[in-house]
Design a protein around this ligand. Structure first.
Ligand SMILES: *Cc1c(COP(=O)(O)O)cnc(C)c1O
Length: 386
């Protein structure tokens, strides 16, 4: 058996909505399905404005434009993240300042953030790794005291919350991703969530190629014209229709992923007890969406061996980020503050396991068994219910 790392969960619902979108004979963006998606995200999360984008990357680029950062400005973020988190700000000429993550959650360490603030700092970008919340209370307090904008990279965090408040609603703006590998998918897709009314008004313009088209279509201005910088950030109605089907099923999708996440978590508890690996830590008050299940091995060598063993056993386990501060573009465009030892160390010891909507019991058993075999070849796995 081969267990792939990911498999997009597509149902007749999404396909039916695509057909409906085609039937409406309006395929460009900001039509019927786009508006429905906006309303659902705004109501469900309680944010002033949601705008679909053609990717999470595009949403981050919009947020970077709205933040107004430019050459000489600094933006504090983790190094343990995807290139787009930093790239969006580099495109504006700003400098990413990489700080270390907490050892337990692999999320931004608020103490490191506080220490990295300089007169040039303009924004803080928390990344909710694996859909697990950063310490938003502390980060928001630090940002407020220093007068900085918070932009959440919530690419992995739709349907997660921190002390009851949905992730993506803390920052002045937040980016979601609907990439095929995320929980809620659209092939390629994303959304920008905006809580700041001034940013929201400008976001509409940036989204529509720098024009006031949205205000024009509401009858607020009598001419539609170029008023600011912007780009083509919106997805087509075909993408929005697919996404609408996914959003209608979002609770079901989260529950499915969590079912697999908890099965893994229970099965690996004995391995953690004997110190052969470490399981994810979910802080009190954090409700997550089961986006990623990862294991952390004691050292890089045991991690490499486990990865090779899993692949040989048919389990497509994968690593995650090469820390941005050590990547060629990170070295060229960014700088670090403080030690990034946890980031460097943990990224070399982390393995992600297959997890998707529709993974069946046999496939989950295969993953669990193979992890046990490669991690503890001489231990006997306790038999469930036996
Ligand atoms: C997926 C992801 C992105 C980029 O989203 P795309 O939709 O692929 O452009 C950015 N940041 C993080 C943390 C991500 O996981």
């Amino acid at each position: 058996m081969r267990v792939p790392f990911n498999k997009p969960g597509i149902t007749a619902l999404e396909l039916g909505y695509i057909q409906q979108a085609a039937g409406r004979l309006k395929l460009s963006g900001n039509g019927h399905f786009t508006k429905r998606c906006h309303q659902l995200l705004e109501c469900r999360l309680g944010v002033g404005k949601a705008l679909l984008t053609h990717s999470g990357t595009a949403a981050l680029e919009m947020a970077a434009i709205l933040s107004g950062v430019g050459p000489g400005d600094e933006v504090i973020m983790p190094s343990f993240t995807f290139s787009s988190t930093a790239n969006a700000f580099v495109l504006r000429g700003a400098t990413p300042v990489f700080v270390d993550v907490r050892q337990d959650t692999l999320n931004l360490d608020p103490d490191e953030v506080g220490a990295a603030i300089t007169p040039k700092t303009k924004a803080i970008v928390p990344v909710h790794y694996a859909g697990v919340a950063c310490e938003m209370g502390r980060l928001m307090a630090i940002a407020e005291q220093a007068g900085l904008a918070v932009i959440e990279d919530a690419a992995q965090a739709l349907c997660s919350s921190d002390h009851g408040r949905p992730l993506g609603t803390f920052g002045r703006a937040s980016a979601l991703s609907f990439h095929e590998t995320k929980n809620i998918i659209a092939g390629e897709g994303g959304a920008l969530l905006i809580t700041d009314p001034e940013w929201a008004a400008r976001a509409e313009i940036v989204w529509e190629k720098g024009t006031n088209r949205a205000a024009f279509s509401r009858g607020e201005v009598d001419k539609y014209t170029w008023v600011d910088i912007g780009s083509s950030f919106l997805p087509s109605e075909i993408t929005a229709a697919f996404l609408w089907g996914q959003l209608e099923r979002m609770d079901e999708i989260s529950a499915e992923r969590l079912r697999c996440w908890h099965a893994y978590h229970a099965a690996f508890a004995p391995l953690e007890q004997v110190g052969l690996l470490r399981r994810p830590v979910i802080p009190a008050g954090s409700e997550h969406n089961g986006h990623i299940y990862f294991l952390i091995y004691p050292d890089a060598a045991s991690c490499d061996a486990a990865l090779a063993g899993l692949r040989a056993g048919g389990v497509d386990a994968v690593r995650h980020y090469v820390p941005l501060h050590s990547a060629p573009a990170g070295l060229r465009f960014g700088r670090t503050h403080g030690s990034l030892d946890f980031t460097t160390d943990l990224s070399a010891r982390l393995v992600r396991l297959p997890l998707w909507v529709g993974i069946d019991e046999t496939q989950m058993e295969c993953v669990i068994d193979t992890v046990w075999q490669v991690t503890a070849p001489h231990e006997r796995r306790p038999q469930v219910g036996g």
